[in-house]
Design a protein around this ligand. Structure first.
Ligand SMILES: C[S@@+](CC[C@H](N)C(=O)[O-])C[C@H]1O[C@@H](n2cnc3c(N)ncnc32)[C@H](O)[C@@H]1O
Length: 240
């Protein structure tokens, strides 16, 4: 496929991720994926590691893990890949072809993950999915069952002023007008949930800034300022 054909095919797809396909072609994703990559602190060298990317969508993080030397990468997704969501699987497939990638794919639901179906992986990526789960602790149990040692979890957090473990429940489309968003814990709630599914060691590598900055940003957002100031995103590395 020449560069013009690639550009045409890229233009026909609704992208979530911004993926550099080479030759000056970058997919026009809604997400600021390079900024997310910087936040999540994926190990720079994954030589010989097996990696599972859960909720992979257009596959940016799967292709990045392969680029960093992973020997096997499996990308799984269900909602968007099956066409129920805002995007589809066409982006993943076009990016994989263009990058000459060997990333494997499997259309499957988080709650169906098990070692007997997909095996176990040195590194598991679980970004932007937990708040979409109606049963988050069960989801983490499934994620843990396929993690040999290291999980990187990126998700929404809420109730940030509470020190005790807690989790917010979203009625209808309260969170970002998206009825597929259900729950967001605070950071201690998230850590305790991970502990409950057998992770032992944690490192929070990205978290919302101090209260005053969150409050000022919330005031400018036009949303209910108290609720908004309680929310943010976190990236946590967890090890068995
Ligand atoms: C917000 S996007 C995050 C995409 C990517 N992981 C990232 O962080 O850039 C959420 C992804 O999770 C997928 N997803 C949502 N619920 C899922 C489920 N129950 N099982 C598998 N994938 C799911 C969606 O299809 C979508 O691709």
């Amino acid at each position: 496929m020449n560069r013009d054909e690639l550009r045409q095919q890229v233009a026909a797809i609704r992208w979530f991720h911004r993926i550099d396909l080479g030759g000056g072609v970058v997919t026009p994703g809604l997400d600021d994926t390079p900024a997310k990559l910087a936040r999540i602190k994926m190990p720079t060298d994954l030589t010989g590691k097996s990696v599972l990317d859960i909720g992979a969508w257009d596959g940016f993080f799967s292709f990045e893990a392969e680029r960093r030397g992973a020997s096997r990468v499996l990308a799984v997704d269900s909602y968007c890949w099956s066409g129920e969501g805002w995007g589809k699987k066409a982006g993943f497939e076009l990016a994989r072809r263009s990058l000459n990638s060997k990333v494997e794919d499997r259309e499957m639901e988080v709650l169906d993950l098990s070692p007997s179906i997909v095996g176990t992986f040195d590194l598991v990526l679980f970004f932007g999915v937990l708040y979409h789960m109606r049963h988050p602790l069960l989801a983490l149990e499934k994620v843990s069952s396929v993690t040999k040692s290291h999980l990187i979890l990126e998700t929404k957090v809420d109730l940030l002023s509470l020190r005790a473990p807690a989790m917010a429940f979203y009625v209808g489309d309260e969170l970002n007008h998206d009825p597929t968003n259900w729950w967001a814990p605070n950071i201690s709630g998230l850590t305790d949930m991970l502990r409950a599914v057998d992770f032992k060691r944690f490192d929070v590598v990205a978290q919302p800034g101090p209260w005053l900055g969150r409050w000022l940003k919330a005031l400018r957002s036009g949303k209910a300022p108290w609720r908004e100031s309680q929310r943010g995103r976190v990236t946590i590395h967890a090890w068995k």
